[in-house]
Design a protein around this ligand. Structure first.
Ligand code: PAF
Length: 283
């Protein structure tokens, strides 16, 4: 596995692969890789000749007071895991490579509306930071496809929208969330949980599943289902940010003929803001 830090090193390698007509799959990450990330890498491995993974803790997607400084950085272990997973290139750009000028002066890519609901409502600017860095990384790597986890479902929908709106010739693949045996969605931020909080944390997935069961049983008062899930979370010890039932394709409130829904939630548990979602198909 090659490690590239500069755009020139990355591009030289990509150019060489292109002359051999190799297909390139890309997995952008912020590092601290866990089994969820490795599933994305394995998926990329099965769909392309070459797999590029990036590790970049993106300052633009963290708000003031968020965990940019303390976000876990574990490059050595990540690099070993990627080598083991047979990735071809690890791109670890310095901040100047991604942002050649002050963040405030940088050109931004923003998906309106979709970027300001749900997680975007409580993390203003977060999704503009995500779409800007992903657009930049797409331009640097120029892959044929890119793989994202469904755990950040809103992020996935926003990236699909960006690619469609800007005619970016990259196919986007979403991969189901990888969970711990007790149901907790894998996340780098789970390490912020104290032992007592860790034992409560699977309650987020349980609340989503209960909401899914109610929808599956025919309940169509979405507001009531959301409220019940919020109350379940509060009783379990969470501070819910939102629980919301949305149409899966575009995260709009569901219409009566929408059949494929997502139940999405974000909730604080101690110092960790956990997010999760499930798909529910109704008849
Ligand atoms: O999902 C993430 O880890 C990040 O939001 C991403 C897509 C790598 C952009 O920084």
């Amino acid at each position: 596995m090659i490690t590239a830090r500069s755009a020139a090193d990355l591009r030289a390698r990509v150019r060489e692969w292109r002359t051999r007509e190799n297909r390139i799959a890309f997995v952008p990450t912020m590092g601290n890789l866990h089994a969820g990330h490795m599933r994305l890498v394995r998926r990329a491995r099965t769909t392309a000749d070459r797999v590029v993974v990036s590790i970049f803790v993106n300052p633009m997607q963290f708000g003031r007071g968020e965990d940019f400084a303390s976000y876990p950085r574990t490059l050595e272990a990540d690099s070993a895991a990627l080598m083991e997973a047979d990735a071809d290139l690890l791109f670890v750009p310095d901040v100047e490579v991604v942002y050649p000028r002050d963040l405030e002066q940088m050109t931004r890519v923003e998906v309106p509306a979709l970027g300001t609901i749900l997680c975007g409502a409580s993390r203003p600017g977060h999704f503009a930071g995500v779409t800007t860095v992903v657009a930049k990384l797409f331009n640097l790597v120029q892959p044929d496809s890119a793989v994202f986890g469904e755990k950040d479902y809103q992020q996935l929908v926003i990236i699909r929208r960006m690619v469609e709106d800007l005619s970016i010739p990259i196919s986007i693949e979403g991969i189901p969330t990888v969970r711990e045996p007790d149901g907790l969605a894998m996340s780098s931020r789970n390490r912020y949980l104290e032992p007592r909080e860790r034992s409560i944390a699977p309650g987020l997935y349980q609340a989503l599943c209960e909401a899914g069961d109610r929808l599956g049983a025919g309940e169509r008062d979405y507001g009531a289902v959301e409220q019940a899930a919020r109350e379940t979370l509060i009783r379990a010890g969470f501070e819910p940010d939102y629980v919301s039932i949305r149409r899966a394709t575009d995260l709009e409130p569901p219409m009566s003929d929408d059949k494929v829904l997502r139940v999405l939630a974000a909730a604080w548990l101690g110092g960790a803001r956990l997010i999760d979602n499930i798909e529910v198909t109704i008849s």
